[in-house]
Design a protein around this ligand. Structure first.
Ligand SMILES: NC(=O)c1ccc[n+]([C@@H]2O[C@H](COP(=O)([O-])OP(=O)(O)OC[C@H]3O[C@@H](n4cnc5c(N)ncnc54)[C@H](O)[C@@H]3O)[C@@H](O)[C@H]2O)c1
Length: 296
């Protein structure tokens, strides 16, 4: 039987697919966003709220009494607002939503983080211990957005120390491609998917990562269903099985980041720079969609 799922940020690029996918899977979905949905999903209850208002957030969650909360609302683009605003906004939303979810009796809280917390693109010349990146590699955020997402993960860890009644999971979705973007709609940074493939300089800063929004939704459904089987505070990368690139990353990464040449050597063929092995092993989830099959 379906559960009551409160999704924050349900009007957004990722949220639209999550709301539709959870509803199609038989869950009762309550979407909380300060923006109205452009195309409301039939059967989904939209509630307008500013999640920066802790009291209003707590009241709304207490009224909804969700079984689980999927926390997506945030300023989602690095440098799209002043650094202090990104940090304080995203940290406050993460805290308000998680506190309200716990107080309202939710059993599972799943929080959107970001792979950008790893620190790629840092002007100081980031060098991770290995590629592909996995969840054991220590994040080294270099901008307020990355730091705010690292804080969001730590908010989940903090509440996991306060209660073992609630399961907290964080996930790091790669560059999200919404279904209409395969047809040519602009992606988050404004370029089309085809433009990102044709000009590797556009995808290089995020190490050619990407994921279809519906694959993220399937990950979230798997995480919700198997939440009791993962350790509290678990973190997962959620990415495509290949890279958003026409050539192997073993060639492309050294061209854009000479300091990573040796580390990139194993990324032959279509291998991505982010491993989703942990999600496959622990949740049985794997990405089903690739630009090779989805791009029109
Ligand atoms: N899109 C990506 O490539 C990507 C990659 C990694 C992580 N993420 C994370 O995934 C989540 C969703 O990203 P997205 O691309 O769908 O972003 P988006 O900007 O399209 O959607 C975010 C939604 O949050 C809502 N929101 C923001 N502040 C709010 C507030 N104070 N109160 C209520 N609602 C508020 C916005 O109205 C918007 O609908 C974010 O947390 C983002 O940081 C996204």
């Amino acid at each position: 039987m379906g559960e009551r799922i409160l999704v924050t940020g349900g009007s957004g690029r990722l949220g639209r697919s999550v709301v539709a996918g959870f509803s199609a899977a038989g869950h009762q979905v309550i979407s909380v966003d300060r923006a109205e949905p452009e195309q409301p999903t039939p059967g989904v209850d939209h509630r307008s709220a500013d999640l920066l208002d802790a009291e209003a957030t707590a009241q709304l969650f207490a009224e909804v009494r969700p079984d689980a909360v999927v926390s997506l609302a945030a300023i989602a683009v690095p440098f799209s607002a002043p650094e202090d605003v990104i940090l304080t906004t995203n940290a406050a939303i993460a805290h308000n939503v998680t506190a309200a979810a716990v107080a309202a009796g939710a059993g599972t809280v799943i929080i959107a983080s970001s792979p950008s917390i790893m620190g790629y693109g840092s002007p100081a010349g980031w060098v991770p211990p290995r590629l592909p990146l996995d969840e054991e590699v220590t994040p080294q955020p270099w901008h307020a957005y990355g730091l705010s997402k690292y804080v969001a993960e730590q908010v989940a860890s903090m509440f996991a120390q306060q209660t073992s009644e609630v399961k907290f999971i964080s996930f790091r979705p790669c560059y999200v491609i919404a279904p209409e973007e395969w047809e040519g709609a602009p992606t988050q940074q404004g370029h089309t998917v085809a433009e990102r493939l044709d000009d590797p300089a556009l995808s290089a800063p995020a190490l050619f990562n990407y994921v279809d929004a519906r694959d993220v939704t399937d990950f979230l459904l798997a995480a919700l269903q198997q939440a009791d089987q993962v350790p509290n505070g678990s973190v997962f990368f959620v990415g495509a099985a290949d890279a958003l690139a026409r050539r192997p990353l073993a060639e492309l990464i050294p061209e854009h980041f000479p300091q990573l040449a040796r580390l990139a050597a194993p990324l032959t063929g279509s291998s991505p720079a982010f491993s989703v092995e942990k999600a496959r092993r622990m949740l049985g989830w794997q990405p089903q969609r690739s630009w090779r099959t989805e791009l029109r």
